[in-house]
Design a protein around this ligand. Structure first.
Ligand SMILES: Nc1ncnc2c1ncn2[C@@H]1O[C@H](COP(=O)(O)OP(=O)(O)OP(=O)(O)O)[C@@H](O)[C@H]1O
Ligand SMILES: [Mg+2]
Length: 491
């Protein structure tokens, strides 16, 4: 056989792991030899009990099962296995003439059977075919799952491990009723994730109500949340439904949950526990079915320790925590997000749109480098703003550093800020300082070389092209030698 050599070596389990369950030692041995030489990793068991135990402890690609075992009938073992595992293919080895039992076994979930003495070639072909088929099915399932996930959140971009994990979690929690606490720095996408949870939940056809807990005075917030009846307080000229009632059967999202006053915290806790509340000025109890999501960029745990946030409410909210990583910790997502926002804003501005409705814009290598190096304190929102600005300012499909906001250029040393007396500002970045130093050095060498770039490059021991690039990047005004000569003549 052509791959016997490989088989005996390292590529063993790549072909598949097979478990042989047979009480006859010479059958176990001959099957082991046959399969081992063919490149399979083979395990053996001499009883049903041992077979089951091995099955529990390791995954196999295929099972070869003798129908006559000492401790149990093979048929019984088969049924037992199929109760726990419907996936792993099972081939039966049956005694000559036991076709009736074999048919029974096929009904019980065996995939094929071979009568003793079996034909080696045929057995090998069928095993190989079955394992390949199963692997393909398995890959298809995985692929479909990945695709489904990818397309179930079309507006959430990210392929970093952290974001994939976040989306996994969203998929898992969406169908449940659990309260979810979404944490992360500003602009990391907390609201976006809250909306995605709602959209992927059975509540999607009902309301998603977002409440910004920090933006309203406490009394007004309570009236907005629970509603009020006419005359409940001065100015309450008509009764009004609260957010909880509006969000019935849907989702309510508390943004900036850390800013709730202690009084509102108590009331919220009550709604979460009792699923009912009373509108302001009313003594009628209203029952609602609302799923609660909350977000914060504050350290809620710390607020609990400081006594500013109720511990019981914290635990009620934090049943599941989805933590959004800052953009600087998942830089591989930056190019994808850039592409996503280019598409979005080119469509919005009807500018640089390709025939497929996608953006024709892209950043040049230097601009992209700066985007990747930036620390993104404002996270995805900051990046989104940078791309929107680029779309507005772009005059050709390849976008250069020219359209990046100044603070990005400062941070990367591409543009150096100076005060009136030409000094660096006190908050200069390392890049600005280095760039400033480099700029002065190059200026000095250029002056010493009488503005001959070739000579300056030689003295600085860099290729002329490198010096040229630096002169451009660092905004060094080059004096032409001819100008100098003219100036001297004029003097
Ligand atoms: N993974 C992502 N894919 C696409 N767009 C994103 C992603 N994350 C965030 N955004 C976009 O970035 C912007 C900010 O997101 P969002 O408002 O959800 O952030 P946030 O965490 O709630 O911010 P804040 O703490 O300031 O309220 C939104 O326009 C949102 O659509
Ligand atoms: Mg938000």
């Amino acid at each position: 056989m052509p791959d016997t050599m490989v088989a005996a070596g390292g590529a063993r389990s790549a072909k598949g792991r097979i478990l042989v369950v047979d009480d006859e030692a010479d059958i176990r041995e001959s099957l082991s030899d046959l399969l081992g030489l063919e490149g399979y990793a083979v395990d053996v068991a001499d009883s049903a009990a041992e077979g089951l135990q091995k099955l529990e402890s390791a995954p196999y690609d295929l099972l070869l099962l003798d129908l006559m075992l000492p401790d149990r009938s093979g048929l019984e073992l088969l049924r037992e296995i199929r109760k726990r595992d419907q996936e792993t293919p099972i081939f039966l080895i049956t005694a000559y003439g036991s076709t009736r039992v074999a048919v029974e076994a096929m009904k019980a979930g065996a995939n094929d059977f071979f009568e003793k003495p079996w034909n080696n070639e045929k057995l090998l072909v069928e095993i190989e075919r079955m394992i390949a088929k199963r692997r393909l099915e398995h890959e298809n399932i995985q692929l479909k799952r990945a695709l489904k996930q990818r397309y179930s959140f079309p507006n959430i971009v990210g392929k970093s491990e952290q974001m994939v994990r976040v989306l996994d979690l969203v998929t898992q929690v969406a169908p449940t009723r659990s309260t979810v606490l979404i944490t992360g720095e500003t602009g990391t996408g907390k609201e976006l994730i809250a909306k995605a949870i709602h959209a992927a939940s059975p509540r999607a056809d009902h309301m998603f109500v977002a409440v910004n807990s920090g933006s309203l005075p406490p009394e007004l917030l309570e009236s907005m949340l629970f509603g009020h009846v006419k005359g409940a307080y001065t100015g309450a000229v008509a009764s009004r439904k609260g957010y909880f009632e509006i969000a019935d059967k849907g989702t309510i999202f508390f943004d900036e949950i850390g800013t709730l006053t202690p009084e509102t915290q108590v009331k919220l806790l009550r709604v979460i526990q009792e699923k009912e509340f009373m509108p302001l000025g009313s003594n009628e109890v209203i029952r609602v079915d609302v799923r609660i999501l909350a977000a914060t960029n504050a350290d809620l745990k710390k607020l609990v320790e400081e006594g500013k946030f109720r511990e019981d409410l914290y635990y009620r909210l934090n049943v599941i925590n989805i933590c959004l990583p800052p953009l600087r910790e998942r830089k591989e997502d930056i190019p994808l997000l850039v592409e996503h926002f280019f598409d979005k804003y080119c469509r919005e501005n009807e500018k640089f749109l390709g025939p497929d409705g996608r953006s024709l814009l892209r950043f040049d290598a230097e601009a992209m480098q700066i985007l990747k190096e930036h620390s993104w304190p404002g996270n995805v929102r900051e990046l989104e703003n940078v791309v929107e600005r680029a779309v507005v300012l772009a005059s050709s499909p390849v976008v250069s550093v020219e359209v990046l906001p100044d603070h990005l250029l400062h941070a990367s040393g591409l543009r150096i800020r100076r005060d009136e007396s030409g000094r660096l500002p006190p908050d200069a970045s390392l890049f600005e300082m280095v760039a400033d130093y480099e700029r002065n050095l190059i200026l000095r060498y250029l002056e010493e070389a009488g503005w001959s770039q070739t000579e300056a490059a030689e003295r600085l021991r860099v290729p002329l092209s490198t010096l040229n690039q630096k002169i451009k990047r660092l905004n060094i005004e080059v004096r032409r030698r001819s100008e100098l000569a003219r100036a001297e003549r004029g003097a």
